[in-house]
Design a binder for this molecule. Structure first.
Ligand SMILES: Cc1cc2nc3c(=O)[nH]c(=O)nc-3n(C[C@H](O)[C@H](O)[C@H](O)COP(=O)(O)OP(=O)(O)OC[C@H]3O[C@@H](n4cnc5c(N)ncnc54)[C@H](O)[C@@H]3O)c2cc1C
Length: 361
């Protein structure tokens, strides 16, 4: 099997396939987790607003914790907002059987004296959530792939070969052809281009997302947290806080080169942190990262076999929530490729809702 793209989805799909005894090659010009994954803010939380997303995260936690050694700390996650801001995620967690605690401002002050929650606000705490340092996770994932016998090829796939209605190989930028009996396409924001070369249009948008690091001077022992009114989410990493909001820009192509974010983005985050942290702490801006994310019109991921091409499975559409949902989506992509049966949720992610022949647009 060839897995095109060794990001979150591709790496975990490859692990599932290798554990099942398959001979697997992952191809990625940036190496495992070298794309959007390594630029991620690293917040992994079950506090999402849709039951199926929560279930994806629960399974992804198992997968991440199976690989992570130094890259992940189980800090828990505190969501702060007005009752109406928190309602959907509380319902989603209840439906997914996730244990959570509702905390008053005084409860929060007692547990995390440096964190400010005001009267009239509510907090929801879960203890499963992870703070992940993605570049460290990347080397752990690479080591795990090697351990499982997965071949990792640093190269760019220029096209997927199809013959007689089946995927038969992938062409590389260096002119080589890798023959294979099945392909999982997990190239994130590049899926659209690679499907375009097969004459297919994938209806997704590509955006550039930003995350920021601030130094607080010391480790405050905080959990990951979000400020729901300010659409801002954060994880602690030693003396630093890493995170951001929904700051993003439309892009006509996936952007990897560093872009200094507009000052307003950084200032908004700085104001939020200064507000949420008690007076003695003065966050200092360290740096930002940016990377490409793909987003679907209904915000749901996509997963499925390409109609008319057997042995080609495509997965993606994870927007800014892919580190936390992608590992399980990768595992499901492998399950779909075997055709042996998979959970009903796969139907909801049906690729066909987004894929049309290019000439039918
Ligand atoms: C700034 C930022 C902050 C984020 N914060 C969070 C967060 O806190 N929590 C969270 O859950 N998610 C976060 N995300 C989102 C998360 O990183 C993505 O949703 C996730 O990485 C998507 O996984 P993927 O496998 O689909 O794509 P990617 O991880 O991008 O993997 C795709 C891979 O395909 C490779 N590729 C591309 N073209 C080719 C080709 N032609 N041939 C071979 N390989 C190719 C790329 O190099 C890349 O490694 C953030 C993203 C960004 C950019």
């Amino acid at each position: 099997m060839a897995v095109v793209g060794g990001g979150v989805v591709g790496s975990f799909a490859a692990m599932a396939a290798a554990l099942d005894g398959l001979d697997v090659t992952v191809i990625d010009p940036r190496g495992p987790m070298g794309g959007a994954a390594s630029r991620s803010a690293g917040v992994v939380t079950v506090q999402l607003e849709d039951r199926d997303d929560v279930l994806l995260v629960l399974e992804s936690l198992r997968l991440i914790e199976g690989v992570a050694r130094a890259s992940a700390v189980r800090t828990g996650f505190l969501q702060i907002g007005r009752e109406e801001d928190l309602r959907d995620s509380v319902e989603a967690m209840r439906a997914a059987d996730v244990r959570y605690e509702l905390l008053s401002p005084d409860d929060v002050k007692h547990r995390w004296p440096e964190l400010r929650v005001n009267e009239g606000e509510l907090s929801v705490y879960t203890d499963l959530d992870l703070a992940v340092e993605p570049t460290v996770l990347a080397s752990e994932v690479e080591a795990r792939l090697k351990e499982l016998g997965v071949k990792v090829l640093r190269g760019e796939v220029t096209s997927i070969r199809v013959s007689g209605g089946s995927a038969t190989g992938v062409s590389l930028a260096n002119g080589e052809l890798l023959r294979t009996d099945s392909v999982i396409l997990a190239a994130g924001a590049h899926n659209r281009d690679l499907l375009g070369k097969l004459g297919l249009s994938l209806r997704v948008a590509v955006i550039t997302c930003y995350a920021y690091r601030f130094d607080l001077g010391r480790d405050l022992g905080l959990p990951c947290f979000s400020d729901e009114r300010r659409h801002s989410y954060w994880r602690p990493w030693g003396s630093e806080m890493v995170g951001g909001g929904y700051d993003a820009e439309w892009s006509d192509r996936p952007v990897y080169e560093h872009r200094e974010p507009p000052r307003t983005y950084v200032e908004r985050s700085l104001r939020m942190l200064t507000y949420r942290l008690r007076a003695q702490v003065s966050p200092v801006y360290v740096r930002s990262v940016n990377g490409p994310c793909e987003i679907t019109g209904d915000y749901e991921p996509y997963l499925g076999e390409v109609e008319g091409i057997s042995n080609l499975v495509v997965a993606g559409g994870l927007r800014g929530y892919g580190l936390m949902r992608g590992p399980r989506l990768g595992e499901l992509a492998y399950a779909v490729s075997t055709g042996k049966g998979f959970p009903p949720v796969v139907e909801k992610y049906d690729l066909r809702r987004l894929l049309t022949p290019l000439d039918a647009r």
